[in-house]
Ligand binder design. Structure first.
Ligand code: SF4
Ligand code: SF4
Length: 307
């Protein structure tokens, strides 16, 4: 099968539509957020996937996925997500295959895996590991002993990271949990661990926090430490689709999470010739962007040049 070539460009960003926003420089590397399964051993009350019809799916054809990753132009960062990726039966095979190709590997996990399995993962990713993100789900980490154990595991992973790798913890700021988060953030910081907060979402949007809660959340760093609770980039030029995309366990690829939710800007099936990357940046079509990965990698202008 031939390598993936960029598709025809999406329409260029018209000046009147973009509001004069200039595209950011082309990112040196691409990044994929891959939900490799819907399976999870937790059932968090705020899980955005809890209404999925089938929570037992997992990417089955490891060889076909690895062949598809090998066809990507250049080196990409593959962020493994789920469900819970550590429940995937061939996780280690996937990770070592990606690392051998020279791609980079990141992961987001509920951190329920044993230290032994975490270590196997770290060894499989070797020097290609980029970001290890452990989610703190307080519905499950609900005693002091479990919290101590979670933090000890965090330090264990952080101490094994290769050069260039980073570790962080995230926690969903439900209205119940929010009052505890400043204390927790400080406690993690004192232990040498970074705790970032994420606003709770229901359906497609962030829940309605009171003004006081919104202030607390912003003081905790906003969404994933990005300074704001919710981001709005509609009409601004964005590289998502060309230098980043989301992938599901069946190989379906969309420009980004909002595109997937609205079943828009489908890039095709990654495992077949139907998959094509966009050629460059194009206007964002969505009112609300919750795409931490493209935001952190400056895929769209967040501020005007003169700001
Ligand atoms: S651990 Fe993550 S995927 Fe699993 S139920 Fe909780 S929020 Fe959902
Ligand atoms: S929602 Fe975010 S990632 Fe998606 S196109 Fe808009 S700015 Fe880009």
């Amino acid at each position: 099968m031939k390598s993936f070539m960029p598709n025809q460009p999406w329409p260029p960003v018209p000046e009147f539509a973009s509001g004069g926003w200039q595209a950011t420089p082309e990112p040196a590397e691409g990044v994929i957020t891959w939900n490799i399964n819907t399976t999870c051993n937790y059932r968090c009350g705020y899980c955005t996937q809890r209404f999925l019809d089938n929570r037992t799916r997992w990417a089955q054809d490891t060889a076909a996925f690895l062949q598809a990753f090998a066809r990507l132009p250049g080196k990409w960062e593959i962020k493994l997500s789920g469900g819970e990726p550590f429940l995937h039966p061939t996780l280690l095979e996937i990770v070592s295959g990606l690392a051998r190709m020279g791609h980079f590997v990141s992961v987001v996990t509920n951190f329920s895996a044993s230290e032994e399995r975490l270590l196997d993962f770290l060894q499989a990713a070797s020097r290609q590991l980029r970001v290890f993100s452990a989610s703190l789900h307080l519905e499950y980490i609900d005693t002091e002993a479990k919290l101590e154990q979670f933090m000890a595991k965090g330090l264990f992973v952080q101490n094994q990271l290769p050069p260039g790798g980073s570790f962080n913890v995230t926690c969903v700021a439900t209205q119940t949990v929010l009052p505890q988060l400043a204390g927790l953030q400080q406690r993690f910081a004192e232990a040498g661990l970074r705790l970032k907060v994420q606003p709770e979402k229901q359906g497609r949007d962030v829940i309605s926090y009171t003004a006081e809660e919104a202030t607390q959340l912003t003081m905790l760093g906003g969404h994933n430490g990005l300074g704001t609770i919710s981001h709005h980039f509609a009409n601004r030029p964005c590289w998502a689709g060309a230098k980043s995309f989301t992938l599901d366990d069946l190989g379906n690829a969309w420009r980004c999470y909002p595109a997937r939710r609205y079943r828009a800007q489908y890039l095709g099936n990654f495992l077949t010739d139907s998959f094509q990357l966009a050629q460059g940046p194009s206007p964002c079509l969505y009112q609300y962007c919750n795409c931490t990965v493209p935001i952190e990698r400056n895929m769209m202008p967040r501020h005007r040049a003169e700001d």
